[in-house]
Design a protein around this ligand. Structure first.
Ligand SMILES: Cc1cc2nc3c(=O)[nH]c(=O)nc-3n(C[C@H](O)[C@H](O)[C@H](O)COP(=O)(O)OP(=O)(O)OC[C@H]3O[C@@H](n4cnc5c(N)ncnc54)[C@H](O)[C@@H]3O)c2cc1C
Length: 541
């Protein structure tokens, strides 16, 4: 039976309500936002057209946006140091924010967030982050490279926007769409997104939590962890769920529906691995659905129930009664924890891989594919993900060859057929021995596992798709036992070896599918509920 909220009338009503809310938010802004677009006037550039359209749409709902457009050779362009078409200069009387390109796809979210931050004139940074930004004494010239198809990009771009709003005197920001201006990305050797630079030094590769971004901006080098100096904020819950993938989000829906106060904590993009999956064809109810669309549906549903703390990383957990969960921003005191930390991509381990990560070596075709249009790439791997990514890249206009270590693919039959139909070549029985290039990937050296023969293949990009390893660092740190296979050991009710700590999803091993992760999330949540009513650790103790 269809859910009542599926009806067109209710959807229409929801859209109207959202629009009214947006109008009210704009009305609350104390000053108009001055947007100045610089572009070549007669230019038939899709990015220029798109940005004009977006601004026109916003101006139809609010008079709080003032808009002017000038040619790139206008003296104002020189005044604001604008060199690329199109560039949007945002509220230049107060801030130093330039948007190079257009807010398309995922970047639409960033654009709306930017208008909110600038309109309110408040960065919305956490107290921890404000303290870090206050320590930055010298100016910072920040560049964040993004692409419309990258689900991780809005997080990094919004981090930088918050910093630019927090310290407008010291922080100048350019958000650069790599599809619109690939040559700037080339100049910075930024061949994956998001990437952040400050004063021409790379400070972030991938999406960072807000506090880690601010610390990296202060130190002018990428930081990996941020532990707050004080107990700035303390939240008490019944359940903390670590991970906002399908397992964690489903668990959140179930625990809240059982009446348990719950927090879901996600350090990167909500949806986990699904956020970067081009197409899903085996999730019940959908013949075919884009990974990002499925994530939107899942997240919208979860948000009906559960509070989600996104962009926050769980850095430590101290078991006990209560269990204390330390994130990069605050502390949670909780009765139980569900570890739904999923899995992350496996690395090749070949020389050159680490050094050239983000400079031609990529683990996310959806994010970085646009940078390789018309260029030569290989996808390393032979499973479903490798084949899906190769098909996705070819569809985008990327020249792609699969390199596989065996003589047949492990992918599902219909994917293999699609690959054959698309005419994507496969180099069989071969491994990548080394990834070559000084500042960016220029070639790979392959070795044939049967004949021992070596060959050098000139390529611009290497997409690594050789499977996933469970994200168990946190579990290990707190003494949760792992099985021989390296996944979390748990009983039939998803209880780990540490009292009050449960697991769900890919981190437990098994089939590693969206539907199984969601199922495990539901099961773990129901176990938590039953155990909180009648704690097994007290019964057994
Ligand atoms: C390219 C690709 C294609 C796929 N295609 C399909 C498909 O077609 N069909 C299908 O069924 N499955 C598919 N899968 C597999 C499916 O996406 C996974 O099985 C599923 O996402 C697992 O869900 P999960 O919630 O267990 O983990 P994940 O999706 O991995 O989510 C875990 C989340 O936990 C977060 N996290 C980890 N540590 C911390 C921490 N310390 N603090 C805060 N957050 C943390 C991570 O950032 C992540 O977002 C595909 C996977 C990939 C990569």
């Amino acid at each position: 039976m269809a859910h009542p909220s599926d009806s067109p009338e209710i959807q229409d009503q929801d859209a109207k309500q959202a629009l009214e809310k947006l109008k009210k938010t704009f009305e609350s802004f104390s000053r108009p936002i001055d947007l100045i677009l610089f572009a070549y006037p007669a230019e038939d550039n899709p990015f220029t057209q798109a940005i004009r359209q977006v601004i026109r749409a916003f101006r139809q709902i609010t008079d709080k946006i003032a808009f002017r457009e000038f040619s790139l050779d206008h003296e104002l362009a020189r005044k604001y140091n604008v060199a690329y078409s199109p560039t949007l200069v945002v509220a230049p009387e107060r801030y130093q924010i330039h948007w190079i390109g257009a807010p398309m796809g995922e970047e639409g979210r960033t654009f709306l967030e930017m208008l909110m931050l600038v309109g309110r004139g408040d960065s919305g940074l956490s107290q921890q982050s404000r303290t870090v930004i206050a320590r930055i004494a010298e100016p910072r010239d920040v560049k964040v490279f993004v692409s419309p198809s990258c689900p991780y990009c809005p997080q990094e771009a919004v981090n930088a926007l918050r910093a630019a709003v927090e310290a407008p005197d010291r922080i100048r920001l350019e958000i650069i769409d790599i599809q619109c201006q690939p040559e700037i990305a080339d100049e910075y050797e930024a061949h994956s997104v998001p990437q952040a630079f400050a004063n021409d030094v790379q400070i972030g590769l991938g999406a960072q939590s807000e506090e880690v971004f601010c610390a990296s901006l202060l130190k002018l080098e990428p930081q990996t962890i941020f532990i707050p100096e004080s107990d700035a904020e303390l939240v008490e819950t019944d359940v903390v769920i670590v991970g906002g993938g399908p397992a964690g989000l489903t668990a959140g829906i179930y625990t809240v529906r059982s009446g348990l106060k719950t927090a879901v904590i996600e350090r990167e993009a909500l949806g986990g691995q699904v956020a970067t999956t081009p197409v899903v064809e085996n999730y019940p109810g959908f013949t075919q659905v884009g990974g990002k669309t499925l994530v939107d549906i899942l997240v919208t549903h979860a948000l009906e129930y559960v509070q989600i703390f996104q962009g926050e990383e769980v850095v430590d957990i101290t078991p006990g009664e209560p269990i204390v969960v330390q994130t990069s921003r605050r502390k949670f005191k909780t009765r139980t924890v569900i570890l739904a930390t999923g899995a992350s991509h496996r690395q090749l381990g070949a020389p050159g891989e680490k050094r050239l990560a983000g400079r031609g070596v990529s683990y996310c075709a959806t994010c970085d594919g646009p940078l390789f249009r018309g260029r030569r790439t290989i996808v390393v791997g032979g499973g479903d993900s490798a084949v899906t990514e190769a098909l996705f890249l070819q569809n985008m206009g990327v020249e792609v060859t699969i390199v596989h270590r065996r003589d047949r693919l492990r992918a599902q039959a219909h994917l293999v057929k699609n690959l054959e139909d698309a005419g994507i070549p496969v180099i069989w029985d071969s491994e990548v021995e080394e990834i070559l290039g000084r500042d960016r990937v220029t070639a790979v050296r392959l070795v044939n596992r049967k004949s021992g023969e070596k060959q050098e293949l000139a390529v611009d990009g290497v997409f690594v798709s050789i499977g996933y390893v469970p994200t168990v660092g946190l579990a290990e740190k707190i003494g949760v036992a792992l099985g021989e296979d390296g996944y979390i050991a748990r009983d039939a009710r998803h209880r780990t070896t540490v009292a009050g700590i449960y697991s769900a999803g890919d981190v437990e091993g098994g089939y590693k599918q969206i539907v199984t992760a969601a199922g495990q999330g539901a099961e773990a949540a129901m176990s938590v509920f039953e155990d909180l009513v009648n704690p097994y650790w007290k019964r057994e103790g």
